[in-house]
Design a binder for this molecule. Sequence first.
Ligand code: NDP
Length: 467
Amino acid sequence: SKSEIGLIGLGTMGAMLSLNIAEKGFAISVFNRTSSRTQKFHEEAGDLAERITPCKTLEDLVASIAEPRAIILMVPAGAPVDEQIAALRPLLGKDDLIIDAGNANFRDTEARAAQAEADGVPFLGIGVSGGEEGARHGPSIMGGGRKDAWDRVAHILTAIAADYEGTPCATWMGEGGAGHFVKAVHNGIEYADMQMIAEIYGIMRDGQGASASDCAAAFEAWNDGPLQSYLIEISGKVAAATDDQTGKPVLDIIQDRAGQKGTGRWTVIEAQHLGAPVPVIEAAVAARNLSALKAERERGEALFGASPVALPDGALSRDDLEQALIAGKIMCYAQGFQLLNAASAEFGWGLPMPEIARVWREGCIIRSTMLNDMAEALTAAPQDNLMFSPFFAGLIEANAPALRKVVATAVSHGLQSPALAAGLSYFDAMRTGRSTANMIQAQRDFFGAHSFQRVDKDGAHHGPWGL
Ligand code: NDP
């Protein structure tokens, strides 16, 4: 009998996703550019091998799937996706569905969806989060493309997705590139969450002389409170781990240069296109870029002296640090959801805000208890800034003073906290009814006759510059 679905690309993610699909009871055909990998994958699939059909050619793959077909691509984003689509389309029927499940730039997905629409063939772009473990046992899935195409495979995607108290973490977000856009913002928030945790770690390590295991204890304790999340949990685990070769804490032997594949950068670029402020995410991306400048940083340290200096005893408590992270996190998510709102309006997607918070509650890297509260707040007021919801406004009032204390103390002791500081600055900006942009408007009018609006009259006005 024929398979219900096919998958191309048995790398880390594709292999795990295929096992997950087979485990949920679906027959799946798989193909990989390098055939030996397909063979090996099938041999190592154990009990699941009987539901997996390994294929040596694309023709075999297509022939082994029941019509109308659905085929998932799990290859690197960019040209490989276009190459696969180009190789596959001529072999497929008009109703056969191609699903790009890699980390595509949503603009590419928009273009591929438009091409598919013009050709009268179905196409989906879905964001899959949760890394290898998520792909194997339940990722968070953010779907984009035609709703009727999503509905054809929704039973498979919801079956393999993570489960949050009975609700699958797989949702159709909207047409075209909507799913990949939501995935990019997920990754941007991920960068920011990670950066803020790293800043708090730095304050403990460099400001308080805390050992890696002291830091581990703090993260472990916080994981029982409002910060409960996968990233806090693994931060505790990595801080507690010991290097096999040296017996030192693993954290202490890892180079301080952060890698990135670019999805956080895309989020920031798109936010700039939309004019949506996401300063916490911007700070996080900039911090990764700065981390790469290792040689320059060492040169600067030799020239100007090392930046961080120890904090006086008792300057910051562990509670201060926890509360600062809570407040910073809320600012970051408030910005992320407002970016999603701006994109939804610009591209006409009608993004389901509370559903986005819901699919992020399990399976993905940013999963956390707080997302459940965010889903509730966004159900009540989907377009509203999260910081104005009664629940989060209360949390901000309780925790923002600690954020201010932590940022002020860190800055005055040369401890890096750019993302937390950006969160604090956003909070202050968002409660400043009269900003200083009147000065900007006056300058613009002075040098470029751009005009300004008056506080007391309608219309466009010019200043008495005597030009
Ligand atoms: P891997 O590098 O592990 O695997 C890549 C796969 O794509 C291999 O099967 C490879 O085949 C195949 N491939 C590479 N280039 C081509 C090509 N030009 N034509 C056809 N096949 C090709 O990648 P991942 O599994 O990590 O990532 C796949 C996608 O999933 C990416 O878009 C990635 O960004 C995304 N993703 C990854 C996550 C992760 O945690 N790793 C999380 C979420 C999404 P071959 O064996 O022949 O080299």
